[in-house]
Design a protein around this ligand. Structure first.
Ligand code: FES
Length: 109
């Protein structure tokens, strides 16, 4: 796993925001004072999750309102899908998101 620093200032209050981390678009959510990093695209039909909202610990996709758990990425019962969740942590010099390195890069490094 590669930890990449978030190079934008994150608001103190709750928010949902798309940021680029290591060239990848990530949806950062602060909900009930806890930070989450997740995929920015909805697996259903490509909706932009950073344009959605939070409800009962889930992020709601603005297109067709599918919901994904902020902690696990699991979709609601019956959706049979999930989104990727990334670890995010605060260090002395800012926030870092952990990204898995790609298969080919791992194979040849
Ligand atoms: S694209 Fe997200 S619910 Fe359909």
């Amino acid at each position: 796993m590669k930890w990449i620093k978030v190079d934008v200032e994150l608001p103190r209050e709750d928010f949902i925001k798309m940021i680029k981390v290591g060239g990848k678009k990530i949806c950062i959510v602060k909900h009930q004072n806890k930070l989450h990093a997740l995929a920015n695209n909805c697996p259903h039909a490509g909706g932009i999750l950073s344009g959605g909202w939070c409800k009962n610990g889930n992020i709601v996709c603005p297109l067709h309102r599918y919901e994904y758990n902020l902690e696990t990425g699991k979709g609601l019962l019956g959706q049979n899908d999930y989104i990727d969740i990334y670890p995010i942590e605060q260090r002395e010099d800012g926030f870092y998101v952990g990204l898995q390195e790609g298969f080919w890069k791992r194979l040849f490094s």
